[in-house]
Design a protein around this ligand. Structure first.
Ligand SMILES: [Zn+2]
Length: 374
């Protein structure tokens, strides 16, 4: 099986977050069964969504997890110059949605295992393919919850092949999404004194959020790894009011912030709530937590990857990955893969052909060294 051809097939599944991933999962499952892996589909509560867990080798032995997400970000409104779901070769680039983020790594895994089937492994190989990574690592969270509830374990090391241009990334901040609802009292705009303006209240909330963000900036951690070594905050959306002649009775703010490893996301949310709720009729809700990730330097996986890496040093990712959820199961992840995060999520996303082929070699060697050698 040619890796470029397989990548083309995977890109052709338009697995944006409002679409199913069961089709691409079935294609991957068939191919991995063909190379002799045990395949388990873990269905989500949402129809059309599932994780895929494939294993080979003696169960419970400490080999490696290779992981990637099957979903991609939307293409709507982006200036694509070719069909995003038809992988198109342009010079040394393979252009298509998900080409680098991160179906290249999925294709590389399948092709590496077809080249050298995972027979007679001494240690367990686990493939964990997830859904809805791009909308908050929902699949890996469900997977971690399920494994924890069932007392199942994973190998202690994981490689997630997000596009890092083969740079080894061993930490990233998490993400917390919160919603703040400001309530007021509607009135005719000719008698504003009879109402309570929810948008004006939201203005006070924004000031309080700014003050909180300034305070969070003072708590500096991991300055050697992070460009912004503190919790960053983003006021992302604001919706309020209905008409120019009505005092608005409701204003809703979506805010996100990024806890660093070792910080308790819930405690940070409590700080946010304590900053805004005393301002009036204000309610803050925690919507979603994506955990941060921190893998100590010097893991055996780092040593295995170093010869392939674009730099001998490890670094931090600015984006969150499924690795934060795997960490809850005691798994130490390195994020390392073909393609560049700078072109992911954009129009004409691409993976360099050479990097795609190199990813096959990386997977083959990592499996050989980690699972075949005693
Ligand atoms: Zn990704």
């Amino acid at each position: 099986m040619d890796v470029e051809e397989l990548l083309g097939r995977l890109v052709a599944w338009p697995t944006v977050s409002d679409q199913p991933v069961t089709g691409i999962a079935a294609e991957l499952a068939n191919r991995l069964e063909d190379v002799g892996m045990r395949v388990e589909r873990l269905d989500a509560d949402t129809p059309g969504k599932c994780n895929l867990v494939c294993t080979a080798g003696p169960q419970g032995t400490d080999g490696i997890v290779l992981s990637g997400h099957m979903d991609v970000v939307p293409v709507v409104g982006q200036p694509w110059t070719s069909d995003p779901f038809t992988l198109t070769r342009r010079d040394d680039r393979l252009v298509g949605r998900g080409s680098c983020d991160m179906k290249a790594f999925l294709a590389a895994i399948v092709v590496a295992l077809a080249r050298t089937p995972p027979r007679d492994l001494k240690r367990e190989l686990v493939l964990a393919f997830t859904h809805d990574e791009e909308v908050g690592c929902l699949g890996s969270r469900a997977l971690a919850d399920r494994f924890a509830a069932e007392g199942r374990t994973l190998p202690s090391l994981a490689l997630i092949g997000e596009p890092t241009s083969f740079q080894m990334l061993r930490m990233h901040p998490g993400h917390v999404a919160a919603k703040i609802t400001c309530a007021g009292l509607a009135a005719h705009s000719s008698k504003p004194d009879l109402g309570r303006n929810a948008i004006r209240l939201a203005g006070k909330v924004l000031d309080a959020l700014d003050a909180l963000a300034d305070r969070w900036r003072l708590d500096v951690r991991f300055p050697e790894l992070l460009e912004r070594p503190f919790v960053v905050m983003n006021v992302a959306t604001i919706h309020g009011g209905n008409a120019v002649n009505i005092v608005p009775d409701r204003c809703v703010i979506d805010v996100g912030f990024r806890p660093l490893p070792g910080m308790a996301p819930d405690a940070l949310f409590e700080e946010l709530r304590d900053a805004v709720e005393p301002l009036g009729d204000v309610r803050a809700e925690l919507i979603r937590v994506t955990p941060a990730m921190l893998t100590p330097s010097g893991t055996p996986l780092e040593a295995l990857l170093r010869p392939w890496a674009s730099s001998p040093e490890t670094a931090a990712a600015s984006f969150a990955t499924d690795g934060g959820n795997f960490e809850r199961l005691g798994v130490r992840t390195i994020v390392f893969g073909p393609g560049s995060i700078d072109v992911a999520h954009k129009a004409d996303e691409y993976v360099p052909v050479g990097e795609l082929h190199r990813a096959v070699d990386v997977v083959e060697e990592v499996v050989a060294r980690r699972c075949r050698e005693a």
